[in-house]
Design a protein around this ligand. Structure first.
Ligand SMILES: Nc1ncnc2c1ncn2[C@@H]1O[C@H](COP(=O)(O)OP(=O)(O)OP(=O)(O)O)[C@@H](O)[C@H]1O
Ligand SMILES: [Mg+2]
Length: 266
């Protein structure tokens, strides 16, 4: 369980970036965090992991307070980060080293490293690229290696901060499908995105506006009640279609599936 309790944060005194924010994310949830540029999404992500500390209030992960220096290492181990630009997160020169780097750092035994390496690369379908140089891979492959490196650490939560935004449609689809597979296996997924169609497949949406939590609920209610253009956001195609045709079928990310289920209802 990850809790924000009346969190305030600023980079420069007198210019609040996060303003009295309170919410709880339960284990195993798939949460999308959205909002216009500069609203505070990445700051929230860094507060979750203790990379930044609240000026007031508390961020608590499974009973560990990020403001307690002695608890930070345990928090870092359990919360993984995938960023927008995979290049920024590579530290070594082969895929193999990239995935085992963190494990060697925390002195995981050899046998266990081998096992975790295999599992992590299989999960992202990159097992054939052990000796490849991360910088020479495609954008989508790079991001998958970055995810494998996080997975090998066996985190409980993975925060994806615009991790799909630099990928082409195929790369994006592959990374999204990995995110959903990991969620299916029980990981908590926090997906910060500007792609509004990706919001539809989340279980819960947090809309941030000027450092405040403006909406917290499921995607269907979100698109029903929030005028997205007020927040410089787009209406996904499936939502426009759903409204335009006045469909009774539930709103889903896949518009073809939505139409099929409408037909089967009539
Ligand atoms: N290191 C920093 N020093 C000073 N101000 C910062 C710093 N990082 C972010 N900010 C400011 O804090 C506010 C929130 O930034 P943040 O990066 O959290 O927004 P964001 O929602 O992630 O935006 P984007 O969608 O562009 O990634 C912005 O006004 C930004 O300029
Ligand atoms: Mg950001």
């Amino acid at each position: 369980m990850l809790t924000f309790d009346q969190v305030h944060f600023y980079y420069r005194k007198g210019q609040p970036v996060i303003d009295n924010m309170t919410f709880t994310i339960e284990e195993g949830e798939f949460v999308a965090i959205i909002g216009s540029n500069g609203c505070g999404k990445s700051t929230i992500a860094k507060l979750m992991d203790g990379l930044l500390l609240p000026k007031e209030g508390h961020v608590n992960f499974n009973g560990l307070d990020t403001s307690e220096p002695t608890e930070l290492a345990r928090i870092h181990e359990q919360i993984g980060f995938v960023f927008q630009n995979p290049e920024d997160q590579f530290i070594t020169t082969t895929v193999l080293d990239e995935v085992i780097f963190g494990l060697e750092n925390i002195r995981v035994p050899r046998e266990e490293i081998r096992l975790r390496l295999d599992q992590a690369l299989q999960a992202v379908q990159m097992e054939d690229y052990l000796e490849a140089m991360p910088h020479q891979l495609s954008g989508g492959q790079k991001q998958r290696v970055a995810i494998a490196a996080i997975l090998a650490m066996r985190p409980q939560i993975i925060i994806f901060d615009e991790a799909t935004s630099m990928l082409d449609p195929l790369g994006r689809k592959q990374v999204l499908s990995i995110m959903h597979e990991l969620h299916h296996q029980g990981l908590t997924i926090i997906h910060i995105t500007h792609h509004m169609d990706e919001v539809l497949s989340a279980e819960r949406v947090l809309l941030i506006h000027q450092g405040r939590l403006e909406f917290d609920g499921d995607p269907s209610t979100f698109f029903d009640t929030i005028s997205v253009t007020d927040y410089q956001l787009d209406q996904p195609f499936a939502v426009r279609l759903h409204k335009l045709l006045g469909l009774n079928a539930p709103l889903t990310a896949d518009w073809k599936e939505m139409i099929r289920s409408e037909w089967s209802m009539s």
